[in-house]
Design a protein around this ligand. Structure first.
Ligand code: FES
Length: 146
């Protein structure tokens, strides 16, 4: 049911923890399963130089957040904005359909952390103009199989 990569990231998640004085912190939750993901970003000159996460959630959510941190580390804000939940799931060699929403949480956590950064630093990030960190990600994604 789960790919080797999912199992590996679940057993040995990368970038777990917090960043003190993070430039952006995003916390998202899925009201249906109750899982919570928190992401911390350190940003210098528009580049994500460090990222850490804490996830209280299922194995797929932990693997998704671990993979998401690996993907966005070293990327520019614009590049990180392009990272979709599909990209996270693909990087994990796929997730079972009923677990795709766990990767949505990872995408939302990145965006929520970037949104926080944009507010704190008074900068505009393209694509986050209408971002609502409290929104249920299910409203934006086709996730019928939950
Ligand atoms: S079951 Fe909710 S995030 Fe995975």
């Amino acid at each position: 049911m789960y790919s080797e990569k999912v199992m590996e990231h679940f057993r040995n998640p990368r970038n777990v923890g917090e960043i003190e004085n993070a430039d952006g912190i995003g916390e998202v939750g899925n009201p249906r399963c109750g899982d919570i993901m928190k992401m911390y970003l350190k940003i210098e000159d528009g580049v994500i130089v460090d990222v850490k996460f804490k996830t209280f959630g299922c194995g797929s959510a932990i693997a998704s957040s671990s993979m998401a941190t690996e993907i966005i580390k070293g990327k520019t804000i614009e590049e990180a904005m392009e990272v979709t939940n599909k990209a996270v799931a693909e990087a994990l060699d796929g997730l079972p359909p009923i677990k795709m929403h766990c990767s949505v949480l990872a995408e939302q956590a990145i965006k929520a952390a970037l949104f926080d950064y944009s507010k704190k630093n008074n900068v505009q990030i393209k694509g986050l103009e209408d971002f609502d960190p409290t929104e249920d990600p299910h409203d934006h994604h086709e996730l019928k199989e939950f």
